[in-house]
Design a protein around this ligand. Structure first.
Ligand code: GRF
Length: 219
């Protein structure tokens, strides 16, 4: 298979970006990060891209008239970089159909909760406040909703006695890194199949010869 060309969108520290960069460098992931786009000047993700020699650009959303104009700028850069798959890796912006129509079924997000539970901000904090015994993370295709797209893979972690939000988030983040790289490797290997049921039914994901669930051992 040809090397998969990735565009990675970030807003923060970029540890998920780093997991992708490391997997590409080690050969564990047959992909190359063509471009990193970040909406936050000075974000740690930019430093990680620079260290890896990956082109990166800050696109501050505040300098665009609206979300659609911002997404058009994202699409322009992603296309110029010959990106085939867009990865939202800690990207804290809601994307619009402008991006989704430019990359149909080719925008992937990592969310720190077991969707459909706890969409939106602070999945770990929501899970802890709810009192769940099992938390985790989800890699999914992005659709027009908020964290509502077809689920590609999930990883579960235990909520331990005495966990505070940061402890749980850190345990989930370890699983995010592994799950995201695994899901991207399935795209790189052409193993992702979308099952389109009856009109109005949810699109579901099948991965050839792979387990979509990752159950972390007791911490
Ligand atoms: C991660 O939990 C990610 O799921 C969320 O932001 C956190 C930090 O991500 N969206 P990163 O370290 O910037 O990749």
């Amino acid at each position: 298979m040809a090397t998969l060309k990735l565009g990675v969108l970030c807003s923060g520290g970029g540890t998920n970006l780093q997991a992708i960069l490391d997997a590409c460098a080690s050969g564990a992931l047959n992909a190359r990060v063509q471009l990193v786009l970040c909406n936050k000047p000075g974000a740690g993700a930019l430093t990680r891209a620079e260290r890896a020699g990956v082109p990166a650009e800050v696109l501050s959303h505040s300098t665009y008239a609206d979300r659609r104009a911002y997404d058009a700028a994202l699409v322009e850069r992603l296309r110029a970089a010959d990106v085939e798959l867009v990865v939202l890796a800690g990207f804290m912006r809601i994307v619009t159909p402008v991006l989704l129509e430019a990359f149909p079924d080719r925008v992937v997000n990592i969310h720190p909760a077991l969707l459909p539970a706890f969409p939106g901000l602070d999945g770990p904090g929501q899970a802890l406040a709810y009192g769940v015994a099992i938390a985790g993370c989800t890699v999914h295709l992005v659709d027009a909703g908020t964290d509502t797209g077809p689920i590609i893979a999930q990883a579960a972690v235990p909520v331990l006695d005495g966990d505070d939000r940061d402890a749980l988030a850190a345990r989930i983040l370890v699983q995010e890194h592994a799950l995201l790289v695994r899901a991207l490797s399935w795209f790189a290997e052409g193993r992702i199949e979308l099952l389109r049921g009856d009109p109005g039914a949810r699109v579901r994901v099948r991965v050839r010869d792979a387990h979509r669930a990752q159950l972390a051992a007791e911490a």
